[in-house]
Design a binder for this molecule. Structure first.
Ligand code: IVH
Length: 666
């Protein structure tokens, strides 16, 4: 980079970090993840170290927090409230331990590991056993006096009978429990008010609200982790935690004294697992040298103590720079935009790509190349892009637009009315679609043709020996054997596997067809209910909607598939080839509830609804979702839907309560 560019970059980073500092420290809002913030700060630190002459006065790398807020009395801390050195790396934790050990070669050294509470740091001053002042961290040197606020929303020991000395200070973290946070947000949602992003934001917002009365109902809590008084009172951090409990404070619900790096990392792993059960959000583990005299000798830097380090868990949400967007074509022809970004550690794995879902989602995000994007890994395995930081956008960035034609075959993309997805309609010729459909057909859970993998499919497609699944059954030995890479044995195996697939039951055939939205479960339900392709082809939308798990979207997709002349040709060819197009009747008709229709409603004591469905299906019955004259039994638990009950009574359907149902099944 040219010096003028470096200077510009430093200025940009300083501005961005200052902006986020103001959000965080003044307004209690965090617009970016801690990880993203730490990355910005680290980049600035590196640039400043490499080019010290370009470092700006009052750089955020020197400042701990932020100036105290307006509207509060400013109070100077007796001892600066420092920050903690942070790391996401286990190696750096071990290096910290080794450094500390080296400093005291002749003495034993141990460490107290505590959860890092994601809240707001407070200092609480006591004199003659009485709470006299509560102050925020502010810029580390001076903070806001929030004693009045705390009296409204944060219960703290006001008077301590057995005070260990005349004056002392307790430091710790104020927070809102996950339960209170959820309840408050539900209430806000019900009133249509904007939701709080996380418990930390609301804690900071509550403690700094200018209208104290407005925050009375927000119950906050506090964990103490520091005692500041004469050093003879607490010679160790462990003793400080015990003393805080004796004084009436809550301390972090788990902490452990560790003697080496291995024990520390074991605690880090334990806490990663256990933190979901804690009442408070925990974003890491703080590792502190236990003995106070050793802490004193290790000292501090301008920003943080040398005797402690915070190991932070990799976030489930983080940010990265968007390097490009590609458009992926699925086996059903649907085109999905995929974001590519600089690799990022997210909840334990390195992530480079995330789904952008569809054209609408892409438009909503309004992305440009080089944007800082937020990526989340929630319950789903595939990470997703959930936002963009437009404040960080360069003015000349190039916007990203959805494509108009298929990335594989160039056909103009279509979009069905009321559907968000664009798809390539060229399903008969578009190679990735043909390949995807064949691979799905041969999948282990579908027709299970295990010798028909991606390479073989490519070869067969290229040789134009197959185009659809039906063509597989017309393959001749000579034609396959002549293909490159095939020999007698592999040809025989492939053809034998294809032949064997004709015995796969009808439900697997239905799944193998690759009808959009028809997964294994829906295919099984369809097969059990309709029992043959012929009956399924005659089904109306209303009839499909009767089945549990089938809503309008799935029903429409099934109807579209079955009415498509191209698919009909494939279906006819599959049937002629001898693929199973019906469930065998004889076995089923012996079952006690063969062809009987049930509707289940309410909750049961002895089984779940899923178990109830399984019992019925195993006995040959079918479970429907709606009451109609076709229903033979209504199984009613407690809290049964009143409209269903009334309708069942009107239709004269026998109503089985839990015990009766069990007897009948027995
Ligand atoms: S000890 C010198 N222990 O982390 C600072 N801090 O980035 C000593 N925090 O401002 C702090 N849990 O608000 C300590 N168990 C814990 C903590 C903890 C959360 C916060 C604290 C501090 C920030 C440092």
């Amino acid at each position: 980079m040219a010096p003028s560019d470096i200077s510009k970059e430093i200025k940009r980073l300083v501005d961005v970090i200052r902006y986020h500092n103001e959000c965080y420290f003044q307004k209690g809002i965090s617009e970016i993840s801690d990880y993203a913030y730490d990355q910005l700060l680290e980049r600035l630190t590196r640039l400043e170290e490499a080019h010290p002459h370009l470092k700006l006065p009052d750089s955020p790398t020197e400042v701990i927090g932020q100036q105290p807020s307006k509207g509060f009395e400013v109070v100077y801390h007796q001892t600066p409230m420092l920050s903690l050195a942070k790391t996401y790396s286990e190696v750096e934790v071990i290096q910290f331990v080794e450094r500390a050990k080296k400093m005291f070669p002749a003495a034993t050294i141990d460490f107290v590991c505590e959860p890092k509470i994601d809240g707001v740091a407070l200092s609480i001053l006591y004199e003659k056993g009485r709470l006299i002042r509560v102050v925020t961290r502010g810029d580390g040197e001076k903070g806001d006096d929030i004693t009045r606020h705390v009296a409204q929303c944060l219960p703290l020991p006001q008077k301590i009978q057995a005070a260990p000395c005349d004056a002392f200070e307790v430091r710790g973290e104020a927070f809102m429990s996950k339960t209170v946070f959820k309840a408050l947000n539900s209430a806000r949602k019900a009133k249509g008010e904007p939701l709080w992003a996380n418990p930390r934001n609301i804690t900071a917002g509550t403690l700094k609200a200018l209208d104290v009365d407005a925050v009375k109902d927000r119950q906050l809590a506090f964990y103490g982790y520091g005692f500041y008084g004469p050093s003879y009172i607490c010679p160790t951090q462990q003793a400080a935690l015990a003393l805080l409990v004796a004084l009436g404070f809550s301390v972090p619900p788990t902490y452990r004294v560790c003697h080496n790096g291995m024990e520390i990392m074991a605690y880090v792993a334990y806490c990663a697992e256990y933190k979901k059960d804690l009442p408070v959000e925990v974003d890491g583990v703080v590792i502190k040298v236990n003995k106070l005299d050793q802490q004193d000798r290790m000292g501090t830097t301008a920003k943080s103590p040398r005797w402690a380090i915070a190991y932070k868990y990799q976030p489930e949400r983080a940010s990265s720079i968007l390097e490009g967007v590609t458009f992926q074509l699925g086996r059903t022809g649907i085109v999905t935009p995929v974001a590519h970004f600089s690799p990022l550690p997210l909840a334990g794995t390195m992530v480079r790509r995330a789904s952008l879902y569809n054209a609408d989602a892409l438009a909503r995000l309004d992305l440009c190349l080089g944007d800082t994007i937020f990526i989340e890994k929630g319950g789903e395995i595939i990470p997703k892009v959930v936002g963009v930081d437009s404040a960080l956008r360069h003015t000349d960035s190039q916007p990203i637009r959805f494509i108009c034609s298929c990335p594989a075959c160039g056909t103009l993309l279509h979009r069905a009315a009321g559907v968000v997805a664009y798809y390539c309609p060229n399903k008969q010729r578009c190679l990735p679609q043909l390949k995807g459909a064949l691979l799905h057909f041969s999948h282990r859970k579908a027709m299970d043709i295990d010798t028909l993998g991606p390479k073989t499919v490519d070869v067969l497609l290229e040789a134009k020996l197959v185009q659809t699944a039906a063509d597989l059954y017309a393959l001749r030995y000579d034609a396959v054997n002549d293909l490159e890479g095939f020999q007698a044995l592999s040809t025989q195996k492939l053809l034998a596997n294809i032949q064997a697939s004709k015995t796969r039951p009808f439900d697997r055939v239905l799944f193998a067809l690759g009808i959009q939205h028809v997964g294994e479960t829906v295919a099984r339900k369809l097969a059990l209910y309709f029992r043959s392709m012929e009956r399924l082809q005659a089904a109306t939308q209303a009839e499909l909607l009767q089945l549990p798990d089938i809503g309008e979207r799935i029903a429409q997709s099934i109807l579209d598939y079955l009415q498509d002349p191209y698919q009909q040709t494939i279906l006819n060819a599959l049937q002629s080839a001898g693929v199973q197009f019906a469930l065998p009747e004889p076995v089923d008709s012996l079952l006690p509830f063969s062809s009987k229709n049930f509707v289940i409603s309410g909750t049961f004591q002895k089984f779940t609804r899923a178990e109830c469905t399984k019992l019925i299906e195993e006995a040959g019955g079918r479970v429907l979702s709606a009451i109609s004259t076709k229903v033979d039994y209504f199984v009613a638990g407690t809290k049964v839907g009143p409209s269903k009950l009334t309708k069942a009574m009107q239709c004269g359907i026998p109503i089985l309560e839990e015990d009766e149902f069990i007897k009948m099944m027995a």
